[in-house]
Design a protein around this ligand. Structure first.
Ligand code: SF4
Length: 473
């Protein structure tokens, strides 16, 4: 007989919310790794002990985590979903009757207590600590990369870069523009101590973008491969390659120099915060400039599994720089015919003499030697004498070239793909293809929340049982 669902007229229900959340629900697993007491402790100095109790900050964080884990991008929709969904109510400790905060609360908290206290970074670091406790981090090898995320800015409302001025932006009174100018001011002040920091949103590149978005001047007019140009920020990830745990995240302008600077900032911050400096770092060619390799090898003793940016190889059949042998002791190159190429043939007191603005040194052969040389036609057919240049940090570059020949490099290249997979996941599951918030702080907040969600998902997926066993013991 066909059944018929009748609307029940019962007045009182005995309802256990816990019983209605599936045992294998993702949020159940994630809940095991979120500690609300730590959040409240971090925010305690920002609350008065008098007056009406505020909305629990843990509730706001839990709702934001739902948004980024479940890919609910709109805060209005998030409020509706939390109101209606039993699992979300359970995760937020709202019960059946609890009130869901208004969507405007998120903005108030974001621009107020969360930003003042650096709470989102603290929550992110707590997830990293938990991953370390769960043995998901080896600290042996890291990988770094950046991905472009569209900014909430439109070409139609942009202006040519030469028409934009900081004074006009200040007068326009828009929050994202103010934040950008404040960030630049702050970074200029710190530039004396840290050039990397100054490059994140500031003068990383002397190249002026073609357009500036009036609503969000920190967004960079750029393009990814085979795409049309658009306004974007870059999210930078530093990951441990054992289980692809995100060790650090940084928002920057979508400029290569800023991304390289971010990789150094993240490496130093990870060492300072967690006491971990990796043995090796894997990255793509964008990170293979002389300055960065020098910093990694000489200052931090990190093995660079990074392709070297090298323009010294010739393709016209004439001798390349690699055909010349370097004699470190005597500071000269030996050409294939056995003659010396020297930087100076006299002694000078100025040690920087002979270097160009990029720190490159020029080593020249004697004109009289080259003119009578049998190899002149395949060495310097159009010049009187041959010279070769030596990049700054050439020892570090040479070391990186040697590293590239090892088996460990091939392994690191495969492991580096994990960071690209995280970016693919970021755009597909949390749906972070376009930022909702504007300005440097908006990008920082969104990237931090996305990284928190990704680390929590990782914990939920790889360590669901350990904590249950711990609780049962
Ligand atoms: S041309 Fe000059 S630098 Fe080149 S191989 Fe001959 S001597 Fe050496």
């Amino acid at each position: 007989m066909m059944g018929r669902q009748e609307a029940s007229a019962q007045l009182f229900y005995d309802f256990d919310l816990e019983r209605h959340v599936p045992a294998n629900h993702m949020l159940r697993e994630i809940d095991l790794f979120l500690n609300g007491d730590d959040l409240r402790e971090a925010l305690r100095p920002f609350y008065s002990h008098l007056g009406r109790p505020s909305i629990d900050p843990e509730l706001i964080i839990r709702m934001l985590v739902i948004g980024y884990v479940m890919g609910i991008r709109s805060e209005r929709r998030l409020c509706d979903e939390v109101h209606l969904n039993l699992a979300y109510r359970w995760f937020c400790r709202l019960g059946l009757e609890g009130d869901v905060p208004d969507h405007s609360t998120f903005s108030r908290y974001r621009h107020g207590k969360f930003r003042d206290s650096g709470l989102l970074r603290q929550v992110f670091e707590a997830t990293v600590e938990r991953c370390m406790k769960e043995d998901l981090v080896s600290g042996e090898g890291f990988a770094v990369d950046a991905s472009l995320i569209s900014a909430d800015a439109n070409k139609v409302r942009s202006i040519a870069a030469e028409d934009w001025s900081s004074e006009a932006a200040r007068e326009a009174g828009n929050r994202a523009a103010h934040e950008y100018l404040e960030t630049l001011d702050g970074e200029r002040r710190s530039a004396t101590g840290s050039r990397d920091c100054a490059n994140a949103f500031g003068a990383a590149s002397p190249v002026q973008p073609k357009f500036v978005a009036k609503s969000d001047p920190a967004a960079q007019w750029t393009r990814a491969e085979e795409s049309r140009p658009y306004f974007a920020y870059a999210t930078n990830y530093l990951i441990d390659t054992k289980s692809a745990v995100i060790m650090d995240v940084e928002a920057t302008r979508a400029i290569r120099q800023a991304e390289v600077g971010a990789s150094r900032t993240m490496l130093d911050r990870t060492e300072k915060r967690f006491g971990i400096r990796p043995d090796w770092l894997a990255a793509d060619t964008a990170y293979g400039n002389a300055e960065n390799l020098g910093w990694l090898v000489e200052k931090r003793s990190i093995i660079p599994f990074i392709p070297v940016i090298d323009k010294s190889e010739r393709t016209d059949g004439t001798f390349s720089r690699s055909d010349f042998e370097w004699d470190e002791k005597n500071d000269l190159y030996i050409c294939p015919e056995g003659h010396a190429l020297k930087q100076f043939r006299r002694n000078y007191s100025d040690p920087a003499r002979g270097q160009d603005t990029g720190g490159r040194k020029k080593y020249r052969a004697l004109k009289a030697t080259c003119q009578v040389c049998p190899s002149k036609e395949i060495c310097c057919p159009k010049a009187d004498a041959r010279y070769v240049t030596r990049e700054p940090h050439e020892e570090a570059r040479e070391f990186a070239r040697e590293c590239r020949k090892t088996r460990a490099y091939k392994v690191s290249r495969d492991k580096r793909k994990k960071v690209e997979m995280l970016f693919a996941h970021l755009k597909r599951i949390p749906g972070l293809t376009r930022l909702r918030l504007r300005g440097p702080n908006g990008a920082k907040d969104e990237f931090l929340l996305a990284a928190i969600a990704q680390n929590l998902r990782k914990l939920a997926k790889l360590r669901p049982r350990s904590i249950k066993q711990e609780a049962a013991a």
